[in-house]
Design a protein around this ligand. Structure first.
Ligand code: FE2
Length: 289
């Protein structure tokens, strides 16, 4: 179902793998049909992206009625596939400088990142103080975006190890919606901190991926893995069908760069937000709770 042996290394400042025709077009078409047939979606975010999220009742119903989505979900939601991805990254990025300090030993197929709105102290409580011995799980959503969808440059949740995108539709370049990878314009001392939402003026574009049917992108969710999506213009073109997922820990990842640890600092807020909306900075100083 997935030709992951075709994934290739992308030159950049953090580990990215990409491959075209990783998923056969015939399978993509069925996946689009299945998502289109879904009667309900769990939420809508980022100005036009409707999601069916792992963990919801809706997701369970969707998987029950959608044969190919189920097959794909089962494949990704397994320790063996997670290990496969981990090994591909290890092999392709031998001299990798970013590493996760606490390797997970247990893969929990039932677990998912909760989609509940929390303030920062509730989030802190949920994540605990001890970040060792983490477990890993799959988070995944089946998504369709209409015009207006965009994502400003950011890094993903502090619990994430690997993120992936599976594009199901061809989007012409003029319609936007491309995944853009950024690099922080560096001064020497800048590596002490990696903010979750850097200013656009602090970044420069490394690469853009126009969605192509069957293309898959995997990237390591390192503190500097800045990415975003250019505004999608739905004009004379199909909706942007895609699958988004990640392998995430049940606690924050302590990343190491050339053996220097980076600790996540969650920005305090009383505002209740989804875990994936919370701001956090990676700093070389440990967290004081
Ligand atoms: Fe993201």
């Amino acid at each position: 179902m997935l030709r992951i042996e075709k994934l290739k290394k992308v030159k950049g400042n953090f580990p990215v793998l990409v491959g075209s025709n990783i998923i056969p077009k015939s399978i993509c078409k069925i996946l689009i049909e299945e998502i289109s047939n879904s009667k309900s979606f769990d939420d809508m975010i980022m100005g036009g992206r409707s999601r069916i999220n792992k963990g919801s009742k809706n997701f369970n119903n969707y998987i029950k009625q959608s044969k190919i989505s189920k097959k794909l979900f089962k494949l990704f939601n397994s320790k063996s596939f997670y290990k496969k991805i981990e090994n591909i990254f290890k092999k392709k990025f031998k001299n990798r400088s970013w590493e996760n300090s606490n390797l997970p030993k247990v893969f929990n197929p039932k677990k998912f990142t909760i989609k509940k709105k929390l303030n920062s102290s509730e989030l802190q409580k949920l994540l605990g103080n001890n970040y060792s011995n983490p477990k890993v799980n799959l988070d995944i959503d089946f998504s369709v975006s209409k015009g207006g969808y965009r994502l400003r440059p950011h890094r993903d949740d502090i619990t994430r190890l690997y993120n992936f995108l599976i594009y199901l539709t061809d989007i012409p370049k003029k319609n936007g919606g491309s995944l853009t990878i950024y690099r922080k314009k560096t001064k020497k001392n800048i590596r002490k901190s990696f903010r979750r939402f850097p200013k656009i003026s602090e970044l420069e574009v490394v690469k853009e991926f126009t969605p192509r049917q069957g293309t898959v992108v995997f990237f390591q969710s390192t503190p500097n893995s800045y990415h975003g999506v250019k505004r999608f213009i739905e004009k004379n073109c199909p909706k942007r069908f895609f699958i988004y997922g990640s392998y995430a820990l049940n606690k924050p990842v302590i990343w190491k760069f050339n053996d220097i640890p980076y600790y996540p600092h969650i920005i305090k807020t009383k505002k209740k937000m989804l875990t994936s909306f919370h701001d956090a900075n990676y700093l070389t100083v440990p967290v004081a709770n």
